[in-house]
Design a protein. Structure first.
Length: 220
């Protein structure tokens, strides 16, 4: 039985795309990096920034580190708050807590940004653990999921990771926890996109997450 729920942040709890895309564009202009199309820019939402600058802008390790520093300086100056929770997320968190679920967050977003956003959204009161990436990016998604579970005192067989990307799905698999996919974020767009990840459920809205978890579909 699932009693513990760990959420991704970007594209799962909140639509953080506007601030991230704005900061990516600023970084590319400032450093004179290769211009990206909209679809390429959207791929920055969720995965570690350094990896994305290397993959999509052709940056070396050193150049990617510089790009991350420029991004974070701009993002921290205000773009971080160009975001909002998805409709229904506050209600979902309240319902799950009322049903005695333990809630956590595991995100590739640095800890300081994750904490600031959740406070700004007035969602921080719902979470027993919030685990964001360290500034050097040494902690990967599986590490963050396991750290959140540890802080929640959650048994892994009773825990589910909820996210919108293959990075989230792979992190859950490597951490040894079931994965529940959402298709309203920035990664998976259709249920058929998720099948290779072998999820225990697919939700097209926060309300569907509640239905899956609270009504215990057969897979859960």
């Amino acid at each position: 039985m699932i009693r513990n729920v760990i959420f991704d942040l970007d594209g799962t709890l909140a639509d953080t795309g506007p601030g991230i895309l704005e900061s990516v564009s600023y970084t590319i202009r400032t450093l004179g990096l290769r211009a990206l199309c909209d679809a390429e820019c959207r791929r920055f939402i969720g995965p570690p920034l350094k990896d994305s600058f290397q993959s999509y802008c052709g940056c070396t390790e050193q150049e990617a580190q510089q790009a991350v520093a420029v991004f974070r300086q701009y993002y921290q100056a205000g773009a971080v708050f160009h975001a909002e929770p998805y409709p229904g997320i506050p209600e979902l968190c309240a319902r799950l807590k009322a049903a005695d679920f333990s809630l956590g967050v595991a995100t590739n977003k640095p800890q300081r940004f994750a904490d600031a956003l959740l406070r700004n959204f007035a969602l921080d009161c719902y979470f027993d653990a919030v685990c964001g990436a360290d500034e050097r990016g040494t902690m990967k998604k599986p590490d963050l999921i396991l750290l959140a579970a540890e802080q929640m005192q959650a048994a892994l067989p009773e825990t589910v990771m909820i996210g919108d990307t293959e990075n989230d799905a792979a992190g859950a698999a490597n951490a040894g926890v079931p994965f529940l996919a959402v298709t309203y974020g920035y990664g998976f767009r259709l249920p058929c996109d998720v099948q290779s990840c072998v999820p225990v459920g697919i939700a097209q809205s926060p309300a569907e997450i509640a239905e899956i978890l609270l009504h215990r579909t057969p897979k859960i």
